[in-house]
Design a protein around this ligand. Sequence first.
Ligand SMILES: NC(=O)c1ccc[n+]([C@@H]2O[C@H](COP(=O)([O-])OP(=O)(O)OC[C@H]3O[C@@H](n4cnc5c(N)ncnc54)[C@H](OP(=O)(O)O)[C@@H]3O)[C@@H](O)[C@H]2O)c1
Length: 319
Amino acid sequence: MKPKEILVFGASGQIGRHLIRKLTKNNYKVIAVTRNIHQKGYILKTQANPGYLEIVELTYFNLEKIKSLLDECSICINLIGILFEKRKNLFKNIHTDFPDLLSKLSAEKNIEKLIHLSSLGIEKSLDSNYAISKLEGENKIRNNFKRAVVLKPSIVYSVDDNFTTNFMTLLNRLPFMPLYYDGKTKFAPLHVTDLAQIIFDVVEEKTNEHTIECIGPEIISFKNIILKLLKTIDKKRLLIPLPLKVGKMIARLFEIMPNPLITVDQINLLKYDNIPSGKYKTNFDIGLKANKIFDEEIEKYSYNWRTGGQFSRDKFQKN
Ligand SMILES: NC(=O)c1ccc[n+]([C@@H]2O[C@H](COP(=O)([O-])OP(=O)(O)OC[C@H]3O[C@@H](n4cnc5c(N)ncnc54)[C@H](OP(=O)(O)O)[C@@H]3O)[C@@H](O)[C@H]2O)c1
């Protein structure tokens, strides 16, 4: 049987890398699209066996090129996303206009399926431009292409993330940790391999749902996430609830940096719980499990942030 071709946009990111490994190991051929083959080629080409991965450079949304790539594939997966805006890299372009274009072209080319990654907890976040743009993107996709599947994950974590790893770095460097909204915002953290399995199950048609909220097995508040990270890196830090005005002033300063740690838009988003809305089914509702436990998984890589590294724990010191 000829392996199916899967076209992946945003393949070099955290989710993309894990997904490419899963797909190619299971005999799918992947075409991975990146903006910069010189920077991302090294990361991408090690994710699959020779013959299973083609890397394509697309520096801008070239309509003819996208059409010809869609001609080659049966399934397209869109993982492109940004956390903050910089110059012309705007939420609207990335989260609304591109999904709009891709879903129109997917319909025109009559491909088998378009899988699009949106986000959980964005329905009520009307003061976050990130959330608004993601929600509009979802709606465009649903209107344009009937065979589209929208996946809405809570926070996705792994050693390759920008979440637990950034916070462990911060907790190492700062004597205290500021908490927005008293750290009460709730998340349903999902390990990246569990999400890759869910996407794989959608590819394999294990479900007919068109929108799935993707969550891990636990609901954890932001404060408890920070406490768990502190425990696993063997550090004690003061957790200080930050008045919103002060928090936003600091975020405005961060926004000047090329890669801001936090933005005002993200603070606005943090106000809303990142847990199932009740509007759509979750992966658990349709029998797609995500069993990785947050404490157990972060323990596997947190030694990188622990003083003394992997051999600093008691069990090594006693031997
Ligand atoms: N990670 C999470 O916790 C989480 C939670 C909910 C939803 N999601 C969504 O899931 C998707 C994948 O997330 P991820 O964590 O894997 O993201 P990521 O690691 O930040 O990777 C995103 C990819 O998007 C591409 N990209 C970024 N800006 C672009 C632009 N201006 N034009 C074209 N491509 C661009 C990059 O590819 P190149 O640099 O190779 O071009 C990058 O590999 C995103 O849509 C994200 O919003 C993620």
